[in-house]
Design a protein around this ligand. Sequence first.
Ligand code: ADP
Ligand code: MG
Length: 287
Amino acid sequence: SIPLSFFGGIGGASRRGILVKGGNYLEALARAEIVVFDKTGTLTKGTFRVTAVHPEQISEQKLLDLAALAESYSEHPISRSLKEACKKEPERSEVSDVQEIAGQGVRVKIGGKSVSVGNAKLMEQEGVHGRECELTGTIVHVAVDGTYMGHIVISDEVREDAPEAIAALKQLGVRSSVMLTGDAKAVGEDVAARLGIDEVHAELLPAGKVEQVERLLGQKTGRGKLVFVGDGINDAPVLSRADIGIAMGGLGSDAAIEAADVVLMDDHPSKIADAIRISRRTLLIAR
Ligand code: ADP
Ligand code: MG
């Protein structure tokens, strides 16, 4: 039977915008030992700004328009930001054969040509050699029929409360904070360093994130728990693999909210430390 105080704990958490889907998760939170974060949309806002455009053979505006057009069916934060950067609404009807490749980008047909927009991994698949001249942001490469057309540099911002969220976990005795990302190594390491994250793994495909979480599950000691926090875009499998899966409710997809054990209604990563505190207090009362 569930002690009455657990209902109080769940109610208290929900008043702070933390929805806990059961007393067992509330109890497990008290023993969080490893907290694993997804980067884009979780520790960062997921709202990218275009900071540089490096076209080859076409104009800057044409490169931006082409990327936004190719991305017109994608719901990824990168896609939304590219569409914002080009003034006119992309003509979706020109796009067909849409393939969204998780952790890499998109491949579509426009006017009989194959257009790919995404990271270095995607370019490798296309047999195209991308030329990057900047290491300060997320790079979006564009290729048409195997010809390199250039790249767009975009930057995301870390969430205001992200540094404090990581510091608070340390203070609560959480052994390690880990960040997983499909983004480039340089970007992942920069964000991790600025936030005080202990361990970072970059350039991961969704399956690679599951592998990392499984490895980390094997490193737990005693009755410690592994928490995974994500926005659900490309990470729903990890959300369900963790002992406690936490989804960002604001940006998160319906699938993520479904797969998660805990949902943060207002997207503040600092709410994870709050949830652990509420859990510990509830257990004290229950005893
Ligand atoms: P994260 O692991 O940081 O949450 P994702 O797994 O969603 O990020 O994406 C990983 C990487 O894959 C991105 O940094 C980007 O390089 C590439 N990517 C994914 N989707 C797209 C897209 N729609 N357009 C361009 N690039 C994309
Ligand atoms: Mg993500």
